[in-house]
Design a protein. Structure first.
Length: 424
């Protein structure tokens, strides 16, 4: 039997228009498309701290690094990677996508604590109040999207841009709210819901009240808060209509999350989506590093390949396909030590790797690298080349590059230069 997501996807992507939806009893609505200059982003986060030497860091000539004995150096185009018989999806991915891929090696995150590294990797600061890269990107155009930054999994730091960020919830809370199933989750009996006409009257009254309160604000802070509240009410109207236009149920599987992400981007609902690669903390391999990380790398690259193929097959809003207007960011909060510990595991390390794929990149390139101590090299931000007199390849520099790709001024968020050598 055709499920709701398949029905909606077939309708949206095979040309079923508003008249057909109305005939099926479904509400039709036109959602804002991405501005022509607005590039979309999908962040895939591997929580726990991955080991770059199992894919990105080909440190076979470095005696300080414990490489896998059955892995081998491989090169596709200008990209070198670790090829391993238990991770065939890694080779498949690079063979199919190297031309549009950039790998940053030796990215410094300045800490070995999960929470701090996650904040630095995603925001460039340890303040806890700065918005992360997807929130900053989505927040720049938040009026154009119902759910500017949609978080299906992984970390989120909204900062002052909470109005631009929405989580689907680990147990499908957003979908339950839209379907009103959440009314059955309470121990307190809930009466009947309003009929649609009455609900519209209440919504219009709330919108007018919020606008009046914003106009009568007595301080800049109150004005900002009330304006955000009014914007949220406006998005609520769109969100209600989305109940029959998109299914936000994702789960932990990367391909299932990718389907929701593609739907949200293609329909102009969101500009940024964050996904989770593996269960939270699965990459934190203080014991049995290779046995635990190898299947995680394989499933992540298999899912990443499926995600990109889905983007190539899904209509965009300002281009023929999402692949022509989207950047995918694959990252983790930290790396792992070069040597194995006494439990055949690896502990935390403040240098890691980041992979970018997609539109607007000078692909088929590795930026940075690791020195004999397995520390990251400095680079020239203008060219991206390794340079002793250059700047640290930091998480902030990677974030600044993402902001530049999004046409957001990096200086508003970080005090480092973007790596313009990778921006087409």
């Amino acid at each position: 039997m055709l499920n709701r997501r398949e029905f909606l996807r077939n309708g949206a992507h095979l040309g079923v228009g508003g008249a057909a939806l109305a005939a099926a009893g479904l509400p039709a609505r036109s959602f804002a498309a991405t501005p022509a200059s607005g590039r979309k982003f999908i962040f895939v986060f591997a929580q726990g701290g991955w080991d770059p030497t199992r894919v990105f860091a080909t440190e076979y000539a470095n005696s300080a690094v414990a490489m896998e004995p059955d892995g081998a150096l491989a090169t596709v185009g200008n990209l070198s990677f670790v090829d391993h018989p238990s991770r065939p999806s890694v080779r498949t991915f690079f063979e199919a996508n190297h031309a549009d891929t950039v790998v940053f090696n030796g990215v410094m995150v300045r800490s070995i604590a999960h929470e701090i590294c996650t904040m630095i990797a995603m925001t460039g600061t340890t303040s806890g109040v700065s918005p992360d890269w997807p929130a900053a990107i989505a927040g720049a155009d938040r009026e154009a999207f119902t759910l500017p930054h949609l978080v299906l999994g992984g970390p989120s730091f909204p900062g002052s841009l909470g109005v631009a960020v929405a989580r689907t919830g680990a147990s499908g809370q957003l979908e339950a709210l839209l379907s009103r199933r959440a009314l059955t989750w309470t121990d307190t009996p809930v009466g009947g819901t309003m009929k649609a006409p009455s609900e519209k009257v209440v919504d219009r009254w709330m919108a007018r009240r919020a606008a009046a309160r914003a106009d009568a604000s007595r301080s800049a802070l109150e004005r900002s808060l009330t304006q955000d509240y009014a914007a949220s009410l406006a998005h609520l109207e769109d969100l209600k209509d989305l109940a029959w236009s998109i299914d936000f149920t994702a789960g932990a599987d990367l391909d299932a999350q990718a389907q929701v992400a593609a739907d949200a981007l293609s329909m102009g609902v969101s500009r940024c989506v964050t996904l989770n690669a593996g269960t939270p903390g699965a990459w934190d391999t203080h014991t049995q590093n290779d046995a635990l990380q190898s299947p995680l790398w394989e499933s992540t690259f298999a899912g990443l390949g499926q995600l990109i193929e889905r983007l190539r097959q899904t209509p965009g809003t300002s281009a023929a396909t999402l692949a022509e207007e989207t950047v995918v960011v694959l990252l983790s909060e930290m790396g792992r030590t070069p040597a194995l510990n006494g439990f055949t595991g690896k502990d935390h390390w403040p240098f890691t790797s980041v992979l970018l794929w997609g539109d607007g990149l000078v692909g088929d390139r590795v930026i940075g690298g690791f020195d004999p101590n397995y520390y990251g090299f400095n680079i020239d931000p203008a060219s991206g080349d390794v340079s002793d007199g250059g700047e640290v390849l930091s998480a902030e520099a990677v974030g600044a590059t993402l902001l530049a790709l999004a046409d957001v001024d990096p200086a508003e968020y970080v005090d480092v230069d973007p790596i313009m050598g990778v921006v087409a």
